[in-house]
Design a protein around this ligand. Structure first.
Ligand code: PXP
Length: 237
């Protein structure tokens, strides 16, 4: 059975829009765990556009399931990860202007640069996952440089129009999950998964954890409006 890693970045994005204290991604993580999330994921970006250093420190102290720190492979981030000691680090590509992580990490092309960082993290007993396109060359490169996990990018599947392209992308995910498992890698997946497209991916063999953020926060923002408005009306009147 696949498990859920709830990505709290999107809560932090709402907070940063006003620059205040709410909503707090740490509070969201507590509620998500109480609701059954199996893990909490937070992406500390180099530009700190949503998650802040304070958030990951508090998440480390409060998360009772497992904390997955998403980050770019830079010296600054590796230092933070070693000091923080999350259960897992997921290495992702980062581009300054992007709205969200756009593509997978080019592991094959960046092997020399990535390998020492992975070694450092693993020497500190941190599991290392590579966020990659569902591509056999990237899977093999991830294995070669010592990753324990891969996270298969499901954005290509999520963005494919329903019908043949979507079915083909799902088949690719199935094949790549199998291939990664055969190489001894643990397999996670995520990006763009929502209430309509998640079931097919959750059913795939060998996929252990799905990292989902936007769809959950989007639904929460609508599903919670009724209570939030009632509470405010009650206070005002
Ligand atoms: N996995 C990775 C590596 C990501 O960068 C993101 C986006 O924050 C997600 C999963 C979650 O994607 P989404 O917000 O579309 O559910």
């Amino acid at each position: 059975m696949a498990t859920l890693g709830f990505n709290v970045d999107h809560i932090a994005t709402i907070r940063q829009a006003r620059g205040g204290r709410e909503p707090d991604p740490v509070h969201a993580a507590v509620i998500a765990e109480l609701a059954g999330a199996h893990g909490i994921t937070a992406h500390l970006r180099e530009d700190r556009r949503h998650i802040q250093d304070r958030d990951v420190l508090l998440l480390k102290q409060t998360v009772t399931t497992r904390l997955n720190l998403e980050m770019a492979c830079t010296a600054e981030m590796v230092k933070i990860a070693v000091e923080l000691f999350p259960a897992m680090v997921t290495l992702v590509p980062e581009k300054r202007g992007e709205k969200t992580t756009e593509g997978g990490l080019a592991v094959r092309e960046r092997e020399k640069e990535l390998a020492p960082a992975i070694e450092t993290l693993r020497n500190h007993n941190i599991l290392v996952s590579m966020f990659i396109a569902p591509d056999y060359n990237q899977i093999k490169a991830s294995k070669r440089i010592g990753a324990s996990h891969v996270e298969l990018h499901t954005g290509y599947y999520a963005n494919a129009a329903s019908g043949t392209p979507c079915a083909e992308m799902l088949e690719t995910l199935r094949e790549m999950a199998f291939a990664a498992n055969k190489l001894g890698l643990c397999v996670n997946a995520g990006h763009g998964l929502n209430y309509q497209n998640v079931t097919a991916v959750a059913k795939l063999e060998f996929i252990e954890e799905l990292n989902i953020g936007h769809a959950i926060v989007a639904r929460a923002s609508l599903a919670g409006i009724e209570t939030a408005v009632r509470d405010m009306v009650s206070l005002i009147s």
